[in-house]
Design a protein around this ligand. Structure first.
Ligand SMILES: C[S@@+](CC[C@H](N)C(=O)[O-])C[C@H]1O[C@@H](n2cnc3c(N)ncnc32)[C@H](O)[C@@H]1O
Length: 247
């Protein structure tokens, strides 16, 4: 599949995901990550693949020095508007996570809501982790939050639908065990009859694979949780929330 992530995260993504990433959800995630990292302002935080800035803006309002980095012009434009609306200062940068331009600039890098595993070539994923490692100061930490593959596969639903503010989204996907990839499409049908279709393909990770990946980039894994409630990680945990330290 061509680089689907260049078009998937457009303005329609905002509508498709508005309900599942609302303010309440975001606040819970921010509270969880602050506790997991025992993070005190004004720590320097890179929100890698910040999307429309929902975490970055909340963190900046709490006094952290936040940089948001993302590939999507549409989502960055929305992040800019939201930061202005909230009176928050966030440095927003457009770029590809495979080519991170930072050297020893951050205390913490967060990568949230399954913003990892997009690339076809595994070497690209390794490159991202090496870039994250280089972006951190010594002793700096990475918090990764991705969906837990093992839990998804125990109750795999190839067809799912959910309501949006103006219609519904149908998600159809299939899982390829040879490559651990979930590939499919989302069809967004609005009440006015507008139909938008977007394709995706994501590499899913089990906990031990994610651990091996970040260890190979030079991190030491400090803790692994099953979600932002910071529950212990288990087979059925919805998320893998992994904290690694650059020694
Ligand atoms: C699932 S969204 C999550 C966004 C945000 N972290 C959140 O929780 O709302 C994934 C994000 O990754 C970004 N992205 C995809 N490919 C990227 C790349 N190669 N480099 C940087 N960002 C990328 C997308 O534009 C999108 O904003």
């Amino acid at each position: 599949m061509p680089e689907w992530f260049r078009t998937f995260f457009d303005r329609d993504y905002l509508d498709r995901y508005a309900r599942v990433t609302d303010e309440e959800v975001t606040q819970r995630e921010v509270d969880g990550l602050i506790h997991a990292l025992e993070l005190e302002p004004p720590a320097r935080v890179l929100d890698l693949a910040c999307g429309y800035g929902r975490h970055a803006v909340v963190l900046a309002r709490l006094g952290y020095e936040v940089t948001g980095f993302d590939l999507s012009f549409d989502l960055l434009a929305e992040a800019e508007l939201r930061a202005q609306g909230a009176g928050a200062t966030v440095r927003l940068m457009e770029g590809d996570m495979r080519k991170l331009p930072f050297v020893h600039e951050f205390d913490v890098v967060v990568n949230l809501f399954t913003s990892f595993g997009f690339f076809d070539d595994e070497r690209d994923s390794r490159r991202v982790m090496e870039g994250v490692h280089a972006a951190l100061d010594e002793g700096g930490r990475l918090l990764l939050d991705v969906i837990n593959r093992d839990a998804i596969l125990r109750d795999f639903q190839p067809r799912l639908w959910r309501e949006t503010d103006d219609g519904y989204v149908l998600s159809e996907s299939e899982y390829d065990p040879a490559r651990s990839r979930l590939t499919g499409r989302q069809v967004h049908v609005s009440a006015k009859g507008r139909v938008a279709e977007s394709s995706f393909s994501v590499r899913l990770y089990s906990m031990h694979e994610l651990r091996a990946l970040i260890e190979a980039a030079g991190f030491e894994v400090e803790s692994v949780y099953g979600g932002f409630d910071l529950s212990a990680f288990e087979l059925d945990s919805p998320r893998i929330v992994m904290v690694g330290r650059r020694p």
